[in-house]
Design a protein around this ligand. Structure first.
Ligand code: AMP
Length: 292
């Protein structure tokens, strides 16, 4: 596996792949790999000739009071896991390599961000889109892989690809969970033992909401209240939001009809956890997504 730290070296490598007519699958990450990341890489490996993954904790997407400085990092372990997973090249640029000076152009997304994490993390998705645009230009992938755990991010990447005409196929991959249902996340290491036990209620609460729908409930308010109540009854976490929107355009719905995302964000002492499930008006789950 190649470890590439500069844009120039990555571009030369991409050119060599293109000369060999190789299809490129790309997985963008902030590192500290867990099975969720590795599943994206495995999907990319199955569906492409070459897999490139990036590890870049992007300062632009963190707010002033967020965890940029303390975000967990472990380069050596990430290199080993990517190698074992069959990644062809791991792109690990420094912040100076990606942003040699203050960017004179940044992107600003106006749809799909006034809700969920976009509302509670102002500027976050602008930072995500700015770095992804750069990475897509550097790597020129044929297919990109994103996790449905970050359903809003996947919806925002879908908008980026449509609006800026990237010739890229988007693949949204099912959320990988611990055996008890907690969505795998690099931030789970911040949880105390007790919080770790409570955290399983995010997924259980979402499932309770989905079962209500399967039983015929069509009112978003009733579903949201059930989820909120379940989280409040079973955790000491502070709810940031419980919301339900049409997916992927994230428009409000007054009555369930078609595909929706039911999503939560909960603050524990040192970690803010998110989770979601996507389903239709019969309660049938959607686990993957594609823009094709
Ligand atoms: P991150 O390193 O947190 O920015 O995540 C990089 C990619 O991995 C994003 O596309 C995430 O949605 C995806 N991802 C994170 N956690 C999971 C998970 N539990 N299951 C599937 N994909 C995930």
């Amino acid at each position: 596996m190649k470890i590439i730290r500069t844009i120039q070296e990555m571009k030369a490598y991409i050119k060599s792949l293109q000369n060999e007519r190789k299809q490129i699958g790309f997985v963008a990450t902030m590192g500290y790999f867990h099975e969720g990341h590795l599943t994206l890489m495995e999907s990319a490996k199955r569906e492409n000739d070459a897999v490139i993954a990036s590890v870049f904790v992007n300062p632009l997407q963190f707010g002033p009071n967020e965890d940029f400085d303390t975000y967990p990092r472990d380069e050596e372990r990430d290199i080993q896991l990517a190698r074992e997973t069959g990644v062809d090249a791991l792109f690990m640029p420094s912040a100076e390599e990606i942003y040699p000076q203050r960017p004179s152009i940044t992107l600003s997304i106006t749809e799909r961000t006034d809700v969920l994490c976009g509302k509670s993390r102002p500027g976050h998705f602008d930072g995500v889109l700015t770095v992804l645009t750069k990475l897509f230009h550097i790597i020129e992938p044929n297919k990109v892989y994103f996790g449905m755990k970050d359903a809003q991010q996947t919806a925002v990447v879908d908008a980026l690809i449509q609006d800026l005409n990237f010739p890229v196929e988007l693949r949204g991959i099912e959320t990988v969970r611990e055996v008890d249902g907690l969505a795998k996340s690099s931030r789970n290491v911040y949880l105390s033992e007790k919080e770790r036990e409570e955290a399983v209620w995010l997924y259980r609460a979402l499932e309770k909401g989905r079962v209500l729908v399967a039983d015929g409930e069509t009112s978003p308010v009733t579903i949201i209240n059930e989820v909120k109540q379940t989280i409040t009854d079973n955790t000491n976490g502070k709810i940031d939001y419980v919301e339900l929107y049409r997916y992927p355009d994230l428009k409000a719905v007054s009555k369930l009809n078609g595909q929706v995302v039911l999503a939560v964000a909960v603050h524990f002492n040192k970690a803010r956890l998110i989770d979601n499930i996507i389903f239709d008006e019969t309660g049938k789950k959607l686990t993957s997504f594609t823009n094709r």
